[in-house]
Design a protein around this ligand. Structure first.
Ligand SMILES: [Mg+2]
Length: 253
């Protein structure tokens, strides 16, 4: 089912949009550095902002990485699954973590991953990702390793499975929680939240917007608590384009 929401330019003006990035606004690529936001999507986001509709991106990537992807836009954003957040007024907030402990965990992970050539370890500063997209046969090895680390460092980290990745994210980092934080602040507060995401980490975001009376969209197949579904990244691009089209002609000619 493809949802049409919000259906009119009128409703659009009452909404606040939260977008996941990889697998939602951008096609997943063999390597994360190859990912790009389609120009039509960037133009649609720019248009939404220009008419005063608040937007934020809610991603597993780091904030710096998100800024590079969305250039020249610099959007309010939450990175590393909510472990870091830049509010609309530019204020930065990071989860307070034991950085020395994280450094030790990284050393351990580097050693453990060296036993599995093809497994790619990404250090996100506040989290670690074990990517097996280029070596799918390593899925079980990656799972075992990630489960072991999340168990031994349960005070700090929690396991977040994703598409071809197992992540060790900071305990307390949640996409649902950061959406709630944005919704308590201007220009988001008082609006109807809309969240679009594609992966397991996004379910917490769906839960929050559902609870706040908003609209949740899951991109692609898979079980979800989202209310509506968009089939693909391309469907998101088309939906966004249709959403902003009336703004160009009727509301803001
Ligand atoms: Mg995603």
């Amino acid at each position: 089912m493809n949802g049409q929401c919000p259906p009119s330019a009128q409703d659009l003006q009452n909404c606040a949009f939260f977008f996941d990035v990889d697998g939602t606004l951008a096609e997943i690529q063999p390597r994360p550095e190859l990912v790009f936001i389609p120009p039509a999507t960037l133009a649609a986001l720019d248009r939404l902002q220009a008419v005063g509709v608040p937007i934020a991106v809610i991603s597993g990537r780091r904030l710096a990485d998100l800024d590079r992807l969305f250039e020249p836009l610099r959007l309010p954003a939450a990175g590393v699954h909510g472990a870091e957040r830049r509010a609309a007024d530019g204020r930065l907030r990071r989860l307070d973590l034991d950085l020395e402990a994280l450094r030790q965990i990284e050393d351990e992970l580097v050693q453990a991953c060296a036993r599995h050539p093809g497994l790619r370890l990404e250090n996100k500063g506040l989290a670690f990702a074990l990517h097996f997209r280029l070596a799918p046969e390593l899925e079980e090895a990656a799972r075992t390793l990630a489960e072991d680390f999340s168990r031994r460092h349960a005070r700090l980290l929690t396991l977040q499975p994703g598409k071809c990745v197992f992540e060790l994210k900071p305990r307390g980092a949640s996409k649902g929680e950061v959406i709630r934080e944005f919704m308590h602040e201007p220009p988001f507060s008082g609006r109807v939240p809309v969240f679009i995401g594609d992966d397991l980490t996004d379910e917490a975001g769906f839960q929050t917007v559902n609870a706040l009376g908003g609209h949740s969209f899951k991109v692609g197949p898979g079980e979800t608590i989202a209310q509506r579904r968009l089939d693909s990244v391309m469907a998101v691009e088309k939906w966004l384009d249709e959403l902003v089209r009336p703004l160009k002609t009727e509301v803001y000619p």
